[in-house]
Structures are given as structure tokens and as C-alpha cells.
Design a binder for this molecule. Structure first.
Ligand SMILES: Cc1cc2nc3c(=O)[nH]c(=O)nc-3n(C[C@H](O)[C@H](O)[C@H](O)COP(=O)(O)OP(=O)(O)OC[C@H]3O[C@@H](n4cnc5c(N)ncnc54)[C@H](O)[C@@H]3O)c2cc1C
Length: 140
């Protein structure tokens, strides 16, 4: 583990063989060449969800919140949204864009499959509510 170090160059014969690193130690900066058979870039990620309406709440890094992560003042009747459901009933989120997600392919695919079932459940509940309202209207 090298702290205060930036990769500033690299090279080799036909493949990567060395890296040039810039090392900062207090106010002193020097460069050195180190052997390297490979380089893994971990560049991070930013959620691209500016287009999602503000009614869907976000965490401090702009990932979309679901379930108990939704701020309590947005819960309905004192209860949090369902797992993978946002602050807007019927709007679900799966995968990397979800606050607290695992950021792994298998997890994103699993959440996607789960959301399909949750959407079916949500629509069935809406239909049942409409049916009950119609029945009440007919008997009134
Ligand atoms: C460099 C790197 C290495 C990784 N290595 C691994 C690994 O080894 N193993 C592992 O399990 N996971 C790895 N991951 C994480 C994995 O890629 C993610 O967890 C996974 O792809 C998340 O799937 P997703 O469907 O949620 O999001 P994404 O795969 O990011 O898919 C989102 C899609 O939505 C599209 N999109 C964005 N905005 C819009 C819009 N407005 N309209 C329409 N489409 C839009 C994007 O173009 C993208 O295609 C890695 C990620 C990175 C960046």
C-alpha cells in the first residue's frame, strides 16, 4: 500500500512492464519507476439520475433511496415504502443507481427480477382497490 502516490506514466516492450509514480512525502515530491505486470484502474462512479423527479429522494451522493432509507417524513401512515420502492408509490429502483446497493452484476440482476414481481403486486393491489371502490359505489 502506497499512500500519497500517483501513477504518472508507464511503459514496456509490447506490454506493461513498469509504472512511473510520483510520491509526495510532506512537501517533498519525487518520481520513481516501479516494476508492474498489470494495472487495475478503479475510477469510481457517479449516479446519472438528474432526470428523475425530485419527489424520488436521494442520499448525499445522489443515489436513489428505497425502503427504510427513504426519510421518515416521506413514509405513509408511519410505514416505510416496500423494499426497492422509492418515496413515490409504484416507482421502484434496482441496481447500482439504488442507494446502498451492492454494486455487483449478480445483485443488480437479482434486484431487477425482484422489482418485476413487486410491480405486478403493486398493480394487482391497485386493481383490487379500484374494484372495491366500484363495488362500494354500486351499493351506495
Ligand atoms: C470498471 C468496473 C468494473 C466492474 N467489475 C465488476 C465485477 O468484476 N463484478 C461485478 O459483479 N460487478 C462489477 N462491476 C459493477 C457492475 O458493472 C454493476 O454493478 C452492474 O453493471 C450494475 O448494473 P445496473 O443495471 O444497475 O447498471 P448499469 O450496468 O450501469 O446499467 C445502466 C444502464 O442505463 C443506461 N442509462 C443511463 N442513463 C440512462 C437514461 N437516461 N436513459 C436510458 N438509459 C440510461 C446506461 O447507459 C447503462 O447502460 C464493475 C463496474 C465497473 C465500472
Amino acid at each position: 500500500m502506497r499512500t500519497g502516490t500517483r501513477v504518472v506514466g508507464g511503459g514496456g516492450e509490447g506490454r506493461l512492464e513498469w509504472l512511473e509514480v510520483e510520491v509526495r512525502d510532506a512537501d517533498v515530491v519525487h518520481r520513481e519507476r516501479v516494476e508492474a505486470g498489470g494495472l487495475c484502474l478503479l475510477i469510481g462512479a457517479d449516479p446519472a439520475c438528474d432526470w428523475v423527479p425530485a419527489a424520488v429522494t436521494r442520499d448525499e451522493k445522489n443515489y436513489l433511496q428505497t425502503g427504510r432509507d427513504v426519510p421518515q417524513d416521506r413514509w405513509r401512515d408511519g410505514r416505510p415504502p416496500a423494499s426497492l420502492e422509492t418515496a413515490v408509490p409504484g416507482v421502484f429502483v434496482a441496481g447500482d443507481i439504488r442507494s446502498g446497493s451492492m454494486k455487483r452484476v449478480a445483485a443488480a440482476a437479482g434486484e431487477g427480477a425482484t422489482v418485476v414481481a413487486l410491480v405486478h403486486e403493486h398493480l394487482a393491489r391497485l386493481r383490487a382497490d379500484e374494484f372495491a371502490a366500484d363495488a362500494r359505489g354500486a351499493s351506495a
